[in-house]
Ligand binder design. Structure first.
Ligand SMILES: [Zn+2]
Length: 82
């Protein structure tokens, strides 16, 4: 599952088993970059279906629950230039 990042969102809002928001830190995530070593192939397939296998693809991933977020277009452009 891949979620949309909400405007102004800086931490993970995925709810845990107790129904509380996770609030984990969101880190840049490059699923197809060779150094990244994503081991969950089901997840990679899902990303590939939506975005194609782009080594420059940038998403965000929660450090705690590993939920993946789509970046809004604006943020995506900023990250590419950085
Ligand atoms: Zn999380």
């Amino acid at each position: 599952m891949i979620k949309d990042l909400l405007p102004g969102q800086v931490v993970c809002n995925e709810k845990n088993e107790k129904g509380k928001p996770c609030h984990g830190k969101l880190k840049r995530y490059y699923p197809f970059a060779s150094y990244f070593n994503e081991t969950d192939s089901g997840r990679l397939d899902e990303i590939k279906r939506e975005f194609g296998q782009d080594p420059k693809l940038v998403l965000l991933r929660c450090e705690d629950c590993r939920m993946i977020y789509r970046l809004p277009q604006v943020l995506k452009e900023q990250l590419k230039q950085a």
